[in-house]
Design a protein around this ligand. Structure first.
Ligand code: DAK
Length: 257
């Protein structure tokens, strides 16, 4: 597919998809969302890629869904909009997805980052759900993922009163994994992702699924699910290799099977 709104590249076993509508602060329009999800699905199927990154540019990860596309929308237009289906497809990506965030991560941009598995942010990043200023509210997970990450008190302030979080605050409140200098944030995110990409691929995938189950299942069911995934990993060559390598005091060589 020939992308018009994103850039892609592969580095150190990491597939990078970059929003590329800088003049609109990477506002998430239909085309760009379609392209980024397509690119992530391609990377997910690529055996040479072990971890994925979504990023924007220094000034903006994404300043939200494209407001200009929504001004005249009726409920039925929003319902028929493929926008939310793209979110569901993002959640079906098997490999870990890291959001490398710099600048504005607002509205749908913040929701997109939160739908990823981990967030590495530059020290200039700003997280917020300003939909209230437009007479609406978050509609792609902002009231739910944010609340689970930062707690009710702060989530209420952010959603009801456009309270923004700096990168340091976001780290302190558990929304993101780490804060790095803006000059090197993408490279640091790639290094972060490449460490995960070098690990046993099937175990990484199952582990991601199990951690995410903590947000979606009751504890008993999630524990049972975790145990089944754990048992299943004993059918992989990587489990034999990993444990034998430990016994032999050598480095394991993962084959992803
Ligand atoms: N949409 C469209 N264009 C945007 C945009 C956005 N969200 N954000 C910025 N831009 C455009 C501006 O219109 C401007 O374009 P021109 O006027 O030059 O053509 C350009 O980017 C530069 O922006 P500014 O001139 O405003 O730059 P400043 O540095 O002064 O301000 C800002 C930066 C990020 C503070 C400001 O641009 C801003 O407040 N932007 C809007 C932030 C926002 O309200 N985001 C939430 C959007 S609503 C759905 C579920 C969820 C959603 C949608 C559907 N479904 C279930 C179907 C999500 C909705 C949202 O995200």
């Amino acid at each position: 597919m020939d992308y018009q709104n994103i850039l892609t590249r592969r580095e150190k076993g990491v597939g990078v998809a970059q929003f590329n509508r800088p003049k609109a602060l990477n506002a998430l329009n239909r085309e760009m969302m379609g392209e980024v999800i397509h690119a992530l699905e391609q990377f997910d199927a690529d055996p040479d890629v072990g971890c994925l990154i979504v990023t924007g540019d220094e000034r903006a990860f994404a300043a939200g869904a494209d407001i200009k596309e929504m001004v005249q929308a009726r409920p039925v237009d929003m319902l028929n909009n493929p926008f939310i289906d793209y979110w569901d497809r993002l959640l079906r990506i098997g490999k870990p997805v890291v959001a490398a965030v710099s600048g504005f991560a607002l509205g749908g941009g913040c929701e997109f980052a939160m739908a990823c598995d981990m967030i590495v942010a530059s020290d200039s990043a700003q997280f917020g759900q300003p939909e209230i200023n437009l007479g609406v509210m978050p509609g792609a997970g902002g009231t739910q993922r944010l609340t689970r990450a930062v707690g009710k008190a702060l989530a209420m302030e952010m959603v009801l009163n456009d309270r923004r979080l700096s990168a340091d605050e976001a780290a302190r409140f558990g929304l993101i994994n780490k804060v790095v200098p803006v000059e090197t944030y993408l490279q640091e995110a790639i290094d972060f992702a490449s460490q995960i990409a070098a690990r046993a691929p099937v175990a990484v995938r199952m582990a991601k699924e199990a951690v995410n189950a903590a947000f979606e299942m009751p504890l008993n069911a999630a524990l049972a699910h975790e145990r089944r995934l754990f048992y299943m990993l004993f059918s992989t060559g990587d489990q034999k290799e990993g444990m034998q390598a430990f016994v032999d005091k050598r480095r394991a060589e993962w084959r992803g099977e």
